[in-house]
Unconditional design. Structure first.
Lengths: 212, 212
């Protein structure tokens, strides 16, 4: 497989959603035009993105919805199930634990940890919040693949250092803290910044003539 | 101002964060190299992005942190305060209402609405959840600029249609529902999909050799 940018991966996720929705509506084929339109892209972009992964669909016939969904799902690793730990049981952590879409796409939250004694022992959606002191044991016993970081910005790097230390060795981190974090080589980190998209709206309202 | 892509706007948001952090650390100048490095970009990209908005900084001297932060803040509309309505008082809605970063950047949540009788009347962070039936009055009396949609996917289009109807006329929507929505011309919508970034991680874990 060639090197793929995260921008392409994000578009694959969006195609997957379009195909999933089409499948639920019992639509059997979708053209690159339709996939493009639903995602505010060009058909050329859709075809280019999919071409990285082989030849899908036949010219003039469009894509078979079920086949393409299965293929993109496999590329994105959505045909597997992933064990997830949530670090930080504040509002965002709680929202994620209750976020059904994670589970339905194979991201199974197995454990929640916090260092706040008032939160340890709380039960959120059938999960008991564990003390962060037990991080190593929790990560190992649940075979955690991905950690979701929902801690305050000033604590985030310290928790990342704990998660990626060799005796724990988490390889993928989704960071909700509004701060840029360093990880060792071979560890994947993605930042989810909930304030970024609302700033795109204040930009648009401030400069409506500049919006494409 | 020329047409600006949302990708550029998102990078401006990230520069703003870097500058804010530098200011808190009493750093007075930052080079395009440093801004680039903190955001995993090239210095050329940083300079190009900033060049859309005029000449900032002086060759060899870097950018004055406070000036550039103020300028980018103005471009992003962060020098104003925006009245925000949250539609849907479920877990995501509640997390957002408690998300301090919105308020600190000038996005003030003025009202929360839901159509679930068990939620109407609840108080979340000093805001009483209002009945969605009162949408028009709430939007008008609070002068709402931006609506944040935290409703289930199958209800989202209907709520968007209500928000953008001429007698209500909301011009900017941040959508957390995992569905693509149609809005009338002149209405700005941005989609926040919390599952997209975790899929980038399952992609990376599945295809480590393909990650740039």
């Amino acid at each position: 497989m060639p090197k793929i940018s995260y921008a392409t991966v994000r578009r694959l996720s969006r195609y997957f959603r379009s195909l999933d929705l089409a499948e639920r509506r019992h639509i059997t084929t979708l053209s690159s035009d339709e996939l493009a339109k639903q995602n505010h892209l060009t058909a050329a972009q859709v075809r280019k993105d999919l071409s990285f992964f082989g030849a899908f669909g036949r010219r003039g016939l469009g894509y078979n919805v079920t086949d393409l969904k299965r293929n993109i799902g496999r590329i994105l690793g959505l045909d597997k199930s992933w064990n997830v730990a949530v670090i930080g049981a504040g509002n965002i952590g709680r929202a994620l634990i209750n976020f059904d879409q994670f589970r339905s796409q194979g991201f199974i939250i197995k454990t929640v940890l916090d260092n706040d004694p008032s939160k340890v022992g709380m039960v959120i959606a059938d999960l008991e919040v564990k003390d962060l002191k037990n991080l190593r044991g929790e990560i190992r016993s649940h075979g955690i693949d991905i950690a979701i970081l929902c801690v305050p910005a000033n604590a985030a790097q310290k928790v990342v250092d704990m998660l990626t230390a060799s005796e724990i060795g988490v390889k993928a981190i989704l960071n909700f803290a509004p701060v840029s974090l360093s990880v060792p080589d071979g560890v994947f980190i993605r930042n989810e910044n909930m304030a970024i998209e609302i700033e795109a709206l204040s930009f648009a309202l401030t400069n409506p003539e500049a919006v494409r």
